[in-house]
Design a protein around this ligand. Structure first.
Ligand code: SIN
Ligand code: MN
Length: 291
């Protein structure tokens, strides 16, 4: 799948592209049905909300569950990213965020590239976030919010927040968020929160500032977040475990467009549990190791 010149221009300007109903109800159901089996497992790859058993985020489902392994190779998801980067991509991170009814906690204001740079030593911003919503997203269930155009600021200073939620994040202080929202139009377009039927997809720049509130509604807001990195831009440090920041830089090989509906063979090497290697971390720079 290729982007039109208008879509490219919009991405440059706003830092995101919204594709409502990109996956059909039938395709989305294949994914949604696979979530409970993943979330029920007592493994490091399930991070639960602070003080609750609800899953906040699940990592590496593309190495554990066949439907998600197929999604990770879907041309309708990977195609536009390869087109924008004009390069092959590998999977840097794969999350299924729960944002469960009544329990889903906030994601503070942040840029993803801040974490990839600070923790993983990813050289440049040539990595893309793809959000695919498995539930309808409304104003009630903690929609994802963006500050349009904020990606053009590049990497913004951030603090490592280890306490607000159960998951550490490099977050941006409120004075700077106020400034960015003002510059983007304040009350008139300075923030957006696309309302999305299940199956919608959003591509967003790795420097786009985003957040989401808690989910006090009785509706889950399960969403898959795939982070695709240009192969030449692979991470240079393995400070975070492999199930969070992947170390296999092999370009993604695409499956046919009907891959969510037909059982094309895919490998799920971590289906019986994480190997010990996936938990190991190191502070060495891998360029140094190779030298
Ligand atoms: C994220 O920024 O990784 C998650 C945001 C969300 O799920 O709302
Ligand atoms: Mn994020």
């Amino acid at each position: 799948m290729k982007l039109t010149p208008a879509q490219r221009a919009q991405f440059e300007r706003d830092g995101y592209l919204f594709f409502p109903g990109h996956f059909s109800a039938e395709e989305t159901k294949v994914l949604t049905d696979a979530v409970p089996a993943l979330y029920s497992r007592r493994e490091a790859f399930n991070v639960r909300e602070k003080g609750s058993d609800a899953v906040r985020t699940n990592f590496a489902a593309h190495l554990i569950s066949e439907p998600f392994a197929r999604l990770a190779r879907h041309p309708r998801m990977v195609g536009p990213v390869m087109d924008l980067f004009e390069e092959e991509v590998y999977m840097h991170q794969f999350k299924i965020n729960g944002k469960m009814a009544f329990e889903g906690d906030v994601w503070q204001w942040h840029q993803d590239y801040g974490t990839w740079l600070n923790d993983d030593l990813m050289p440049t911003e040539r990595a893309m976030n793809v959000a695919i919503f498995l539930d309808d997203v409304s104003e009630f269930n903690g929609p994802l919010m963006f500050i349009p155009g904020s990606h053009r600021k590049g990497v913004i200073e951030a603090q490592h927040d280890l306490t607000t939620t159960s998951y550490p994040l490099w977050t941006i202080d409120h004075a700077l968020i106020r400034q960015l929202v003002d510059r983007a139009g304040g009350k008139h377009g300075g923030m957006v929160a696309p309302k999305s039927p299940a199956g919608s997809m959003i591509l967003f720049h790795s420097c786009l500032v985003h957040a989401s509130g808690s989910n006090l509604s009785p509706f889950n807001r399960v969403a898959v977040y795939l982070s695709l990195c240009a192969v030449s831009n692979h991470i240079r440090r393995f400070k975070r475990p492999e199930y969070i920041a992947h170390r296999d830089f092999t370009p993604i090989a695409l499956l046919p467009d009907d891959c969510l509906l037909k059982p094309y063979p895919v490998e799920t090497p971590w289906k019986d549990g994480l190997p010990e290697s996936a938990l190991r971390t190191s502070l060495e720079n891998i360029d140094t190791v190779a030298a």
